[in-house]
Design a protein around this ligand. Structure first.
Ligand code: PLP
Ligand code: NAG
Length: 554
């Protein structure tokens, strides 16, 4: 939806710039802009290729531009329009029902709460259980739902922050971590912790390596070297932890990280190297063996992000799809993030981060010995955590077991390969990279792929839109392995591709079609502003068709 908004913005800003440039000959504007760019590029090359300096100066040019009153006003009006559009869409999705603004004066009875919960949960049009969503719900079978619910019922009030009160939850967490260590061939020294999700697992690994770099390797300004295709959680970690992040380009065809570029970005300040198995955008596995070799050669720990693939890749060989080594058997691999709440089929809110040994993990931990509230120590960002989610995760792993995960992996990879082959056979559709696991990304040289994505949306699909370059992907999950789903996907893509191939090559139109716009906006700060408008809209409770002052009547 963020991107839907951009079309409005583009036209608006174009207008704004035209206003400002009125009376100036076009050549002058072009020259000034081009001159600016050339100077910046020259500066960039001259000044020891400092990417962040280049970025900073580029950004400050835009900051200045945005101070021009006409442009500023124009941007503000456009953001206001985008806000209105987003509010409308979000509220249409909940059937324009009123918001509850106050605690009910008198508590509701259980029957009413359950009825209302049912209503809230029925909003939304995407039928994920029939395989219409990319990723999102990785399993969702009724038997598993029942098991998860019963396990949560027993453990709902537990909290691993109090292992003396809930010793069994501590044991379950330790077992989940140990089972994952063994899935990734960690030795007896391997260890880890559970977290609330992939993002927290990644941020914790960044924290561990930052502190390891500062305390053990005496690096004062740690930097991480991360492929551009790695998850945005690394950028978030870098921002939160004040680590400089250097983005490594990937090979334009294979989408695997460019190892030579990675090597050239290593400095004496590098605190970690990253590879993904696979990465989110195109589902391609980075050359972990080579990254590991760089790590060993330069003495830098390597993190493998297996958030997405964590419960597929350890079973690929037995499922009949062998892979190169990617785990602790490689000498450079020092940590792995692995999401139990994706292909591990646990409910959302669980993931693990694993380390080769306890020394690395120590740098993840937090301890405050002087707090009047007691000697306080926690393994991760959270203080209190949900023991119920840990128990449910443990239960999902015990329910599937090795053989269960081998068969889900087999079914998922088979389906992904079928979709890949089907899409390869569609004229004017291209597969991006070579899908290694469960994600298949497609693009087109002939038409705007976001227009196809729009069309798929009208047929009930909910796919992921990607950028740089424009493409879309489907992350294959258990619901897609049901009979007929892959065939339906291929047919729908094929029909749309044939239709779009007949149309003249036009400028993109439609809503999500203008996703492309987000990529062409040189001023990334406007895209950031739109993202904030989107989040603000998500929390808005003021939008009602009939505004009411005293909250909602109950
Ligand atoms: C999903 C994902 C993450 C982050 O996971 P969250 O659980 O959404 O925080 C990290 N890396 C990859 C490759 C992923 O697909
Ligand atoms: C693919 O696109 C080309 C134009 O680039 C068009 O001539 C051709 O008919 C398209 N193929 C199909 C099968 O639609």
């Amino acid at each position: 939806m963020v991107l839907t908004a951009l079309c409005t913005l583009r036209d608006g800003i174009k207008g704004g710039i035209d206003d400002v440039c009125e009376g100036q000959p076009a050549w002058k504007i072009v020259l000034v802009t081009a001159g600016g760019t050339v100077t910046l590029l020259a500066l960039k090359n001259l000044l020891f290729q400092d990417e962040s300096l280049y970025k900073r100066s580029k950004n400050s040019v835009f900051r200045l531009l945005r101070k021009v009153p006409a442009i500023r006003r124009k941007i503000e009006t456009e953001l206001e329009k985008i806000n209105a559009m987003m509010l409308k869409e979000m509220n249409d999705n909940v059937e324009n029902s009123e918001y509850i603004m106050q605690l009910p004066e008198k508590g509701w009875d259980q029957e009413r709460i359950l009825k209302e919960t049912e209503r809230y949960c029925s909003y939304g049009k995407c039928d994920w259980s029939a395989g219409y969503a990319s990723g999102t719900v990785y399993n969702g079978s009724p038997e598993l739902t029942e098991l998860m619910t019963r396990v949560y019922e027993m453990s709902a009030w537990t909290n691993p922050l109090h292992p003396d009160v809930f010793p069994g939850i501590r044991k379950m967490e330790a077992e989940v971590v140990r089972m994952c260590c063994n899935m990734f061939n960690g030795g007896p020294e391997s260890c880890g912790t559970m977290t609330t999700g992939g993002t927290e697992s990644i941020v914790m690994a960044c924290k561990a390596y930052r502190d390891y770099a500062v305390k053990v390797r005496h690096i004062s300004k740690p930097e991480m070297v991360v492929p551009i295709t790695a998850h945005a959680a690394f950028d978030k970690g870098a921002q939160l932890l004040n680590i400089r992040l250097r983005h490594v380009p990937v090979d334009p065809v294979s989408k695997k990280v460019d190892i030579r570029a990675m090597r050239s970005m290593i400095t004496r300040n590098t605190c970690m190297l990253v590879g993904s198995t696979p990465h989110f955008p195109h589902g391609v596995i980075d050359p972990i063996e080579e990254i590991s070799a760089l790590g060993v050669r330069y003495g830098i720990p390597v993190h493998v992000d297996a958030c997405l693939g964590g419960f597929l890749i350890p079973f690929m060989e037995e499922a009949g799809y062998p892979l190169p080594l990617f785990d602790f058997r490689l000498p450079g691999v020092c940590s792995v993030s692995c999401d139990t709440h994706k292909y591990g089929f646990a409910p959302k809110g669980s993931s693990v981060v694993l380390y080769k040994n306890k020394e690395y993990r120590h740098h993840q931990f937090f301890a405050e010995p002087n707090w009047p509230g007691g000697i306080y120590t926690t393994p991760t960002i959270s203080g209190s955590r949900s023991g119920g989610i840990i128990a449910a995760c443990w239960a999902a792993m015990m329910y599937y077991g090795r053989d269960g995960y081998i068969s889900t992996t087999k079914a998922i990879i088979e389906t992904a390969r079928k979709i890949e082959q089907g899409c390869r056979d569609i004229p004017n559709i291209t597969i991006v990279g070579k899908p290694d696991v469960s994600v298949v990304a497609i693009s087109s040289d002939r038409f705007n792929i976001y227009t196809l994505s729009d069309g798929m949306g009208k047929k009930g699909w909910n796919l992921n839109a990607l950028q740089f370059p424009p493409c879309i992907h489907i992350a294959v999950t258990v619901p897609h392995t049901k009979p007929g789903v892959a065939e339906r996907f291929i047919k729908d893509v094929s029909d749309l591709a044939a239709e779009l191939s007949q149309l003249p090559r036009t400028d993109s139109e439609g809503s999500a079609a203008l996703y492309g716009m987000a990529q062409s906006l040189p001023d990334r700060s406007i895209v950031e502003d739109i993202a904030c408008v989107y989040l603000d809209a998500s929390y808005d409770t003021s939008y009602t068709k009939k505004p009411q002052d005293n909250g909602v009547k109950v």
